[in-house]
Design a protein around this ligand. Structure first.
Ligand SMILES: [Mn+2]
Length: 335
């Protein structure tokens, strides 16, 4: 395994040599995904590159304050084969980009992965140039983008500082999660010095929610149940609840943190059926349960303390299986 610093150098060389970029991140993008795409897109454009920013799904309304956000597209450009470098941010499996992911990888001339989730990345499976920095110690993908900009000697503008600050603020839950460390604060300080407004970004990220979202949260809280002497908590959302509140699926991103906030809870789950037949599950833990591993048993993934998966089927069946599997982690005697 090469060190992160030499991998950053490889990525920097690939960035310098390519002229045209398609920058993307995982489906149902979050603050880190969008903040990283915008930071990368903005600086690449500033350095004369031809850039398209793309996400399969819409940008959550809470992130609409980010500079440049309206330039993110939701359909892929009609570019010829081998004419662009594909930049995949905040995920390292090409399928996580969404339906267009594998086609983009087949079509690009080279690819770059910057991510902080567990995983090997897809570079081993491709014959074209592919460089990755997958650093699970980074608090957010935005941090790795920042380190790449330093490697390239690129100046951090106020807009870029704002996007990266938002990426880190959201991915650390406001500097509260286990991915927060000394480097996180050091970086936050550097970003504030470069022009990011901590109070302004916090207001936009955490205190600008639509009323429909809080109505939906109210319904979700009504469904809270606990198992295994309070170690596991589960909330459930049905298509009817979304309809009743006029809410979108992207409004539920942080609901699971309310289930995790209970004093006895080690592991929390939000089981969501936004469309009939498709079940999305968000998992969180506090200390000893590796929810990335648990999500992996359903075909998903993520981090040690935050993960998720999506399956088709009946939410009640998913819930039953989840409770059973969670029991192996919660009553396994580890603490
Ligand atoms: Mn992230």
């Amino acid at each position: 395994m090469k060190k992160t610093s030499s991998r950053l150098k490889e990525v920097a060389d690939l960035v310098t040599s390519a002229e045209r970029f398609l920058i993307t991140a995982h489906e149902r993008p979050d603050g880190d995904a969008i903040g990283s795409i915008l930071a990368m897109g903005s600086l690449l454009k500033e350095h004369g590159k031809d850039v398209v920013m793309y996400t399969q799904d819409e940008v959550p309304s809470g992130l609409s304050f980010l500079p440049g956000v309206t330039s993110i597209e939701h359909s892929v450009p009609d570019w010829s084969a081998n004419s662009f470098c594909l930049v995949v941010l905040d995920c390292n499996e090409i399928e996580r980009v969404g339906e267009e992911g594998p086609g983009l990888l087949a079509k690009c001339q080279s690819s770059i992965i910057l991510d902080h989730h567990l995983g090997e990345g897809f570079c081993n499976g491709v014959t074209k140039p592919c460089c990755s920095v997958i650093d699970t110690s980074a608090s957010a993908t935005g941090q790795i983008c920042y380190e790449l900009f330093m490697e390239l000697g690129w100046n951090i503008t106020k807009d870029v500082a704002t996007c990266i600050y938002a990426a880190i603020l959201t991915d650390t839950g406001g500097f509260r999660y286990s991915n927060t460390n000394g480097r996180t604060f050091e970086l936050a300080r550097e970003l504030v010095e470069a022009g990011a407004d901590p109070y302004g970004v916090a207001l936009s990220c955490f205190e600008s929610k639509p009323l429909s979202k809080l109505k939906l949260l109210g319904l979700a809280l009504e469904t809270l149940e606990v198992y295994y002497n309070g170690l596991l908590s589960i909330m459930t959302l049905t298509p009817e609840m979304f309809e009743l509140c006029g809410s979108k699926e992207s409004e539920t991103d942080d609901f699971v943190s309310y289930a995790r906030a209970i004093d006895t809870v080690e592991m929390a789950a939000l089981i969501k059926e936004a469309k009939p037949g498709t079940v999305s599950v968000s998992l969180r833990s506090k200390r000893f349960v590796n929810v990335a591993e648990l999500a992996g048993r359903f075909g998903g993934g993520g981090h040690f303390n935050a993960a998720g998966f999506r399956v088709s089927g009946n939410p009640l069946d998913v819930k039953e299986r989840l409770i059973e599997l969670a029991g192996q982690y919660l009553t396994g005697g580890k603490s």
